[in-house]
Design a protein around this ligand. Structure first.
Ligand code: ADP
Length: 613
């Protein structure tokens, strides 16, 4: 039923119905006018015909009346024969003549002849006689198969005197039968033309609706995202032009769609590959876009779907602020630190407005400021460390100087000792400041490094020789150094500073009687690298602190290291120098057993005939 109703609403059916209705209405109007005119013409013809006869009868009766005025019997007979003359026409039922006294004078109907001479009580005849004017009527004769009969009462007037009336009853049914036959022909013609126009209408409507249906289907396909198909152009009329324009439109939409798609892809790839995290939300703060970087920064697994989730909740800001705050703080920044994995993220929020001025959503750009924060922290720590390192010797110097001021200078035994402590502290401060200056120069890359190619084994042996001289009998130096030359491009002064530091640490941080420092040099010919291993049997470093000894001012045991005169910068400087040589330095240690320092540097091997790669 629904389908049927829908079909009725279709343009095709509508057009056919309109056609049919137009034809029906047209035929109706034509038919109505035509049958009316025809009916009038036919009945008028019929009546005129009879009236002409009646006029003749009228004239003849007047003549007869004048002629047989006195002889009523003959007059009656003459009138009777006159009427019979006219009465034998097939359409005429009866012709009567009634005189002015309403007496039937003559009749053509045999069955009515006995009534001749008697009074007739026909109201219309009587009216015609009394008024002297004709009247007529059509009535349906119930006795004769409902046939229509036309009654005419025609008064016969002679010199202003009504002589009587001619009464004619005629069968007008033939006229109506003719009319009916014509009507039937007309109805059949209408029906045939209706059938033909309906069939034609269906086809003609099809030619109109087919391209429209095609366009509708095409539009439906477009709404589902398929822009590839085109509408067939059937004709050059307006509908054909419309189909052409429709095709152009769908081509344009397809192009625009392709453009938008490629723009979207480009934007997608820009957002995906951005080094900043991006989160875009709708008006209610629900996430619509989030790139991998943002997930990474927030430590959220990549496969987790955050679409539709609350941005502030994801950023863990939902307790601190609301979306309205974002609108107000537009462009301002907010810093938060994730303590779980030590990351510092800075978020910049902005609000997106539509052209209409309505707010459309929010965008958060996340910057990883962990490194910046770390550097800031390090700087703060460094300043604190430097101040602390300077304060300690200064405080101790001050107390000694005060003691001297207060009279100790006169004490022969105390004064030299106090002065020597003060001098030691001053030396330490000078060393500290020098180390700091060197570090600062290296940080600014202002330190000049003059590299030259040296036989590293010989260079190392010389340094060990020097230590052997100064620590004779106190430390045992074991050398596992190849006899062959091993060439490396180094800045000798700087590298000896590194080795001095490492070796003196090996000696310094040992409480043993039989201190031992082992040297081991190994070359990796394949990679043109060498590794120097300096191993002691000292106190070692706790496993969790080994990696930190290269940090500035880091000391495993602060009091002890300071007592040993260390600034806590030696290994930090060594690390900088080794790295400036494209090398690497690291440590390995077992608490209580000893420490091994590894230095890996690039090297070349020089064969007998020259450079050997
Ligand atoms: P310092 O001037 O204090 O010696 P370094 O930078 O040379 O400073 O060393 C940093 C810290 O590393 C030292 O304070 C010490 O605690 C530890 N350290 C260095 N070398 C050794 C070693 N061979 N044995 C044990 N601890 C060491």
């Amino acid at each position: 039923m629904k389908q049927f109703l829908r079909n009725l609403q279709s343009l095709h059916i509508k057009l056919v119905i309109i056609y049919v209705l137009l034809i029906v209405i047209g035929m109706q109007i034509i038919g109505l006018y035509f049958t009316n005119t025809l009916e009038r013409e036919l009945t008028e013809n019929f009546q005129d015909n009879i009236e002409t006869q009646v006029d003749l009868i009228d004239t003849r009766i007047q003549e007869l009346h004048t002629e047989y005025q006195d002889d009523l019997g003959t007059l009656s007979e003459e009138v009777q024969s006159l009427l019979s003359e006219f009465g034998n026409r097939p359409e005429i039922d009866e012709i009567r003549f009634i005189n002015s006294d309403n007496i039937l004078v003559a009749t053509t109907r045999i069955s009515n002849e006995p009534n001749i001479g008697s009074r007739i009580n026909e109201p219309l005849t009587r009216e015609a006689i009394s008024t002297g004017s004709r009247n007529d009527e059509i009535f349906v004769n119930v006795n004769q198969d409902n046939q229509r009969t036309w009654l005419l009462n025609h008064p016969v007037v002679n010199n202003g005197q009504v002589l009587g009336a001619v009464y004619v009853s005629s069968n007008i049914e033939t006229v109506y039968q003719q009319l009916e036959a014509i009507n039937n022909t007309f109805i059949i013609a209408t029906i045939i033309s209706l059938i033909i126009t309906s069939i034609l209408g269906i086809f003609i409507a099809r030619t109109i609706t087919k391209p429209i249906t095609d366009m509708r289907n095409q539009a439906l396909m477009m709404s589902e995202g398929d822009y590839t198909s085109r509408v067939k152009i059937y004709s050059n009329d307006e509908i054909g032009e419309l189909a052409g324009s429709f095709n152009i439109l769908s081509k344009r939409v397809q192009e625009a769609q392709a453009n938008t798609e490629s723009e979207r892809k480009r934007l997608d790839s820009v957002i995906t590959n951005m080094s900043e995290g991006i989160i875009a939300t709708d008006r209610k703060g629900r996430i619509t876009v989030i790139n991998e970087m943002a997930l990474d920064m927030l430590n959220i697994p990549k496969d987790e779907d955050l679409h539709g989730k609350n941005m502030l909740k994801i950023l863990r800001l939902d307790e601190e602020m609301t979306l309205e705050d974002i609108q107000e703080m537009n462009e301002s920044q907010l810093l938060f630190t994730d303590s779980d994995y030590e990351a510092a993220i800075r978020a910049n929020f902005s609000t997106i407005y539509k052209d209409t001025g309505f707010m459309n959503g929010y965008i958060a750009v996340l910057h990883d400021v962990t490194e910046q924060e770390r550097i800031d922290n390090e700087r703060r720590e460094f300043v604190a460390n430097v101040s602390h390192e300077l304060r300690t010797p200064l405080t101790s110097m001050r107390s000694y100087i005060e003691a001297l001021q207060e009279g100790a200078w006169q004490d022969d035994q105390l004064a030299p000792r106090f002065l020597s402590v003060t001098r030691d502290e001053t030396d330490r401060m000078i060393r500290l400041v020098e180390d700091l200056l060197q570090l600062s120069r290296m940080d600014n890359e202002a330190e000049e490094i003059n590299k030259e190619i040296v036989d590293f084994n010989m260079f190392l042996n010389r340094i060990i020789d020097r230590f052997e001289m100064t620590h004779k009998g106190e430390v045992e130096f074991i050398r596992n150094i190849p006899d062959t030359a091993m060439f490396s491009e180094i800045a000798m002064d700087k590298m000896s500073q590194v080795l001095d530091n490492v070796i003196s640490n090996a000696i310094k941080y040992s409480n043993r009687e039989n201190k031992r420092v082992e040297f081991h040099v190994k070359q990796n010919v394949l990679f043109n690298r060498m590794t120097i291993r300096i191993k002691d049997n000292g106190m070692g470093i706790p496993a969790n602190k080994v990696d930190r000894i290269f940090e500035r001012f880091y000391r495993v045991d602060k009091a002890r290291a300071r007592k040993k005169g260390g600034t806590g910068l030696g290994l930090a400087i060594s690390k900088e120098i080794v790295e400036a040589h494209n090398g690497r330095i690291w440590a390995n240690s077992l608490e209580g057993e000893g420490t091994t320092i590894f230095i890996n540097l690039p090297c070349e091997t020089l064969g007998e005939d020259g450079w050997d790669e």
